[in-house]
Design a protein around this ligand. Sequence first.
Ligand code: NAP
Length: 282
Amino acid sequence: MSRESRVAVITGASSGIGRELAYELARRGDRLVLGARRMDKLQEVTQMCLKLGGRALAVQTDVSVQAQVDALVTTALDNFGQLDLMVNNAGRGLFSRVQETTSQQMRSIFDVNFFGVFYGCLAAIPVMLAQKQGHIMNVASVVGKRGTPYHGAYSATKFAVIGLTESMRVELKPHNIHVTAICPALTETEFFETSERGSAAKRSFAKLRRMMPAADVARKMADIVGKDKPQIVFTFGGKLLAAMATLLPRATDAMMARYFVDISQQIEQDSRTPATQPVQSK
Ligand SMILES: NC(=O)c1ccc[n+]([C@@H]2O[C@H](COP(=O)([O-])OP(=O)(O)OC[C@H]3O[C@@H](n4cnc5c(N)ncnc54)[C@H](OP(=O)(O)O)[C@@H]3O)[C@@H](O)[C@H]2O)c1
């Protein structure tokens, strides 16, 4: 993959990890096509990318609509003639016990977190096969390695993303296409503000560990573009959780039980003071 010629598509580039990745790739001189629903935010990101030395186009995209994800990739081809990197990053959270999760909520989060990724892969793969090269990064999560309480639906979407990614990785390797699962740990972004009950979860998580800056996740992602990296699991704690989930499931359950009590208390506290609750679901 020649350094000068890189073209990247990033979904969910209007904030958080996607936005920081756009900035990082722009600093490295890449040409970008950025997708998200909030056009105003996306335009701000493209302006900043230009200042940082990249070229960037904004395309309003809801990743749960396949035709809109196709259009994102088509924009890259029409304007820049190729696609070197596809980053399926857009996602959202939901903090809800499984017993209180409705089938509508479950379908809705799968539409974005799983089908959005799947559509991105379907759009990118034929282009990369024709080019005989490319890199697809699917953003999953550490909770795609181990389910956590109040995260059943979200974890399920991320397990699904990892499964899809692992299958694709083997299928596409003979075609010189790299496929990487990105598993961030707690990262400081808008994620908790825009997820249902996210503020309660954030207070609970804050007791466990410090959040990573989104720029650190983005830098690591930018560093591995074009490299054969199966998976990046962020932080020592994230790697430990993934290993414990396999080797010590009961001990992991006991650890999670303490968190379950704490987050339940935080949610209960928010439900008693709804006026101060800043959470808004998208
Ligand atoms: N923050 C964490 O602790 C953490 C940890 C592990 C994994 N992750 C994952 O990292 C990825 C990025 O999240 P983040 O932490 O950077 O959160 P964020 O700041 O809330 O960013 C989420 C991005 O996804 C976009 N998005 C949401 N729904 C969309 C839809 N239907 N269509 C298109 N774009 C959509 C949002 O843009 P619009 O609202 O403008 O559409 C936004 O740009 C997600 O997949 C998330 O699950 C985050």
